[in-house]
Design a protein around this ligand. Structure first.
Ligand code: 1MF
Length: 184
């Protein structure tokens, strides 16, 4: 994944747990001290090793960390100058979820090595929808739950998410049941 993802993980760990813990995690993961370059593609293994090392070092489950990281992502990319990219996603929580494939297609124009997941919505009402998520990567559903919660914060929308149908068996993708209400 692009270095931006690893940088966002680093940012979250440094902010929440301090620089010393980050150094310990980085070294436990066998990642050298050179800074991650945002627009450089790194092997996915680097990201997975960072999450595993953080889980061991902090005594927090990988799923909990992935969710926290997903929640941090929109905040982080917004701050890092991808506000315009995020603005392409739309002006409301639901619009944004419906535009995720278009957003990734736009990012891919300048990031040729992007391997974007695909998202689509069904059963859309004024208070709920079902979000479908298909990725070539394994184990990132908890991150998507955090991403949805982070989007809720960005749009001042109260959100509840349920992992309604995990992938596996007869299903090649994950499904999330989402309820939402704009904050008064
Ligand atoms: O293949 C990749 O490197 C990759 C990187 C990030 C693929 C996807 C993503 C974004 N995605 C990460 C978790 C899912 C990974 C998977 O299942 O394979 C989050 C998608 C998402 C979901 C819900 C809400 C918001 C989301 O993200 C919005 C978004 C998506 C991409 C970017 C920013 C916001 C982005 C921006 C710049 C990037 C890469 C991704 O890279 C650059 C570009 C220019 C200069 C430097 C870096």
């Amino acid at each position: 994944m692009y270095g931006l993802v690893n940088r966002a993980i680093e940012d979250l760990v440094r902010q929440r747990y301090g620089n010393d813990r980050w150094e310990a995690i980085r070294s436990r993961a066998g990642v050298d001290a050179a800074p991650f370059v945002s627009m450089q593609a790194y092997p996915d293994a680097v990201t997975y090793r960072l999450v595993a090392a953080a889980s061991e070092e902090l005594g927090v489950s990988a799923d909990t960390l992935l969710e926290a990281f997903g929640q941090h992502w929109t905040l982080y990319t917004g701050r890092q100058g991808y506000g315009e990219t995020l603005a392409l996603g739309g002006r409301s929580f639901v619009e944004f979820l419906q535009n995720l494939d278009a957003l990734h297609a736009n990012v891919a124009l300048s990031m040729p090595q992007l391997r974007p997941p695909s998202f689509w919505c069904t059963n859309v009402t004024d208070r709920s929808l079902r979000l479908h998520y298909r990725s070539e990567r394994e184990g990132l559903a908890p991150m998507v739950i955090g991403l949805i919660k982070g989007l809720g914060e960005m749009f001042r929308t109260d959100v509840t998410v349920r992992h309604a149908r995990p992938r596996g068996g007869s299903s090649d993708h994950d499904e999330f049941e989402i309820e939402f209400a704009a904050r008064p």
